[in-house]
Design a binder for this molecule. Structure first.
Ligand SMILES: Cc1cc2nc3c(=O)[nH]c(=O)nc-3n(C[C@H](O)[C@H](O)[C@H](O)COP(=O)(O)O)c2cc1C
Length: 483
C-alpha cells in the first residue's frame, strides 16, 4: 500500500533506521539550516528537530536526501519504471475490435483507480482557521546569512489552469513578508507562473493552496517536470498506483490531499508585485532580488500536531540532488518517446539540474547528435539546460570519467561544438548574460564518420587479446589480487 501521508513515510524511514531525532533546542534562524547542510554534505540521515525555539511543531529535514530514502518514498528501486508506467498509459492504443475493447477493460479500470477523489473529511481539517488566519505559527527557516528573511522551502504550490482546469503542483519557495503575505517565487517558465499570467491578463487573481507535508508521491510530482495538460494529482495516482483522497479548501475553490499536514489557502494578486530575495540558492550563489507576485493568506487548514517539512539548498550536493536523480531516471522513458535514439541520460548533481545534461545515443546517421540536442532544447524543462553533451552508446555516462574521455578523444571543438544564442535559460543561472535569456552549448562527442567529413579514418580501439584475456581470467584467483 502506498504512503498516505508524510507521517506514514516518516514512520517507515524511522523503522528503516534512516532518521535521527534531535531533542536539543535549535533555532529556525540559520541554525537548523547549518545543521541540515552539514548532515546532507556528510550523506547523513533525515533529521526530526523536536525542540524548535518558538514553535510547538517538529521540523523534518533531509527526508528525501539519499537514494535509499527515495526508494522507500516511491516504493521502488527501479525509478525508470515510474516513467514507463506513464508512457504506457499515454501510448495506449485505441481498441478497435470488440475483443481488443474487452482486453483493455482491466487497464481502463486501473486508470480510473489512479484518479483522485474528493472526500468530505480528512486529518488536515482538524484545525480550520478562516477568521484571522496567520502565517506566524510556521517554523519557516532563514537558511543563509544574507537571505532576505524566512522562507518556506518545501511547499507544494497548487494552482489550476484557468482554461483546462488541470491542476499543477510545483515546489516554489516563498519568502514570508508578514503574517498574511509571502512572495511567490515561481519562475517564468513554470506552470504556476503560466496559470498566474493567464489570470493576470484578465486582471484577475489566481487562487492558490500551499501544501506543506504531503504523501511522498505528491512531493515527487511537484518537483517533476511533467508535460502541461497532465493533472499532477492524476500523475501522483499513477506513481502510487492508487488515487489520492482530496478535501475541499475552506476559502478557495481548490482541493488538497486529505492527509496533508498543513495547507495555506490564498490568492496571488497581479496588482501586488514586490521584491523577492536575495536567497542563497542551489547554484551555490545568492540569487539577487527580483520582482515576484505576492501571495495573500485567506485560510489555514492543519492537523492538531503537524510535522513541518523543510529542506535547505546550497552548492551541490544537497537533498535536492536525490530528487533530481530520480527525475532523471523516471523521465528517461519520456525522453525516449521524443528522441528514440537516446540510450541513457545523466544530469550530474554538481550541475544543479539545469547546468549540464549528458546523453548517450545509438547513432545511425550523420549529424544525429546535433539533431538530438536541438530536439531536447525544445522539450519541457530540458529547454533550460545550458550544456548538452552527446556521446555514443558504448560510453557509460553515469561514469563522468568516461564522458571526459569521450569528449577529449571524439570531439573537435570547432567541428563538434554547437553554440546557439538567444534561448531561454534557467532563471537561477548566475552566468546568463540576461535574466532568463542566454546561449546554449552542445558538444557532440560521438565518433565521427566519413559522411561527417572525417576523412582520416577512426583509430582502432584498444581491445585485449581474447586468448590471453581468458588465460588471465582463469589464473586470476591464484594471484590474490581480489575480484
Ligand atoms: C527544494 C526545491 C526548491 C525549488 N524552488 C523553486 C522555486 O523557488 N521556483 C521555481 O520556479 N522552481 C523551484 N523548484 C523547481 C520546481 O519545483 C520544478 O521545476 C517543478 O518541475 C515545477 O515546475 P512546474 O510547476 O512547471 O511543473 C524547486 C525545486 C526544489 C526541489
Amino acid at each position: 500500500m502506498p504512503f498516505e501521508s508524510l507521517r506514514d513515510f516518516f514512520e517507515a524511514l524511522e523503522k528503516a533506521g534512516e532518521v535521527r531525532r534531535i531533542k536539543t533546542k535549535v533555532s529556525t534562524d540559520l541554525e537548523i539550516a547549518e545543521i541540515l547542510r552539514r548532515v546532507m554534505y556528510a550523506k547523513g540521515p533525515a533529521i526530526l528537530f523536536e525542540n524548535v525555539d518558538g514553535s510547538a511543531m517538529p521540523v523534518l529535514g533531509n527526508a528525501f536526501g539519499s537514494m535509499r530514502r527515495m526508494e522507500i518514498a516511491l516504493e521502488t528501486q527501479n525509478f525508470e519504471s515510474l516513467g514507463t508506467r506513464l508512457t504506457e498509459l499515454l501510448n495506449r492504443e485505441i481498441p478497435t475490435s470488440v475483443l481488443a475493447k474487452l482486453r483493455s477493460l482491466p487497464k481502463l479500470a486501473e486508470i480510473t483507480g489512479y484518479a483522485p477523489r474528493v472526500v468530505k473529511q480528512g486529518p488536515v481539517m482538524q484545525i480550520l482557521e478562516t477568521e484571522a488566519p496567520s502565517l506566524s505559527f510556521l517554523p519557516a527557516l532563514k537558511t543563509w546569512p544574507k537571505d532576505a528573511g524566512k522562507f518556506i522551502t518545501f511547499g507544494l504550490v497548487l494552482t489550476k489552469n484557468p482554461e483546462s482546469g488541470s491542476r499543477n503542483l510545483g515546489v516554489y519557495r516563498m519568502q514570508i513578508y508578514d503574517e498574511k503575505t509571502m512572495a511567490m517565487h515561481w519562475q517564468i517558465h513554470k506552470r504556476g507562473a503560466q496559470h498566474f499570467k493567464m489570470m493576470a491578463e484578465q486582471g484577475k487573481r489566481l487562487e492558490v493552496a500551499v501544501i506543506i507535508g504531503a504523501d511522498p508521491a505528491s512531493t515527487y510530482v511537484a518537483v517533476a517536470p511533467v508535460p502541461e495538460g497532465l493533472d499532477k494529482y492524476l500523475f501522483a495516482g499513477i506513481i502510487r498506483r492508487k488515487g489520492l483522497e482530496l478535501v475541499r479548501c475552506q476559502t478557495v475553490d481548490l482541493e488538497v490531499p486529505a492527509n496533508s499536514e498543513i495547507v495555506l489557502e490564498g490568492y496571488v494578486d497581479p496588482n501586488d508585485i514586490r521584491m523577492e530575495g536575495p536567497f542563497g540558492d542551489h547554484t551555490g550563489y545568492y540569487t539577487p532580488e527580483e520582482p515576484y507576485p505576492t501571495f495573500h493568506l485567506t485560510g489555514v487548514m492543519r492537523r492538531t500536531e503537524p510535522i513541518y517539512l523543510t529542506t535547505v539548498v546550497g552548492k551541490p550536493t544537497l537533498e535536492d540532488a536525490y530528487l533530481g536523480k530520480v527525475i532523471e531516471r523516471s523521465f528517461l522513458p519520456l525522453v525516449k518517446v521524443f528522441q528514440p535514439e537516446v540510450v541513457d541520460m545523466s544530469m550530474p548533481a554538481a550541475g544543479w539540474f539545469q547546468g549540464i545534461a549528458i546523453f548517450s545515443i545509438k547513432k545511425r546517421y550523420p549529424g544525429q547528435a546535433k539533431k538530438v540536442m536541438l530536439g531536447l532544447w525544445g522539450l519541457g524543462q530540458l529547454s533550460l539546460t545550458k550544456i548538452f553533451v552527446v556521446v555514443d552508446e558504448d560510453i557509460n555516462i553515469q561514469n563522468h570519467d568516461e564522458v571526459i574521455w569521450a569528449i577529449t578523444t571524439r570531439a573537435d571543438p570547432k567541428r563538434d561544438t554547437l553554440i546557439i544564442d538567444g534561448l531561454p535559460t534557467d532563471t537561477l543561472d548566475p552566468a546568463s548574460p540576461l535574466l532568463n535569456l542566454g546561449s546554449k552549448m552542445g558538444i557532440d562527442a560521438t565518433v565521427k564518420t566519413k559522411e561527417e567529413g572525417f576523412e582520416r579514418g577512426w583509430q582502432e580501439l584498444e581491445v585485449p587479446d581474447p586468448i590471453i584475456s581468458k588465460k588471465v581470467d582463469d589464473k586470476w584467483p591464484e594471484f590474490g589480487l581480489g575480484d
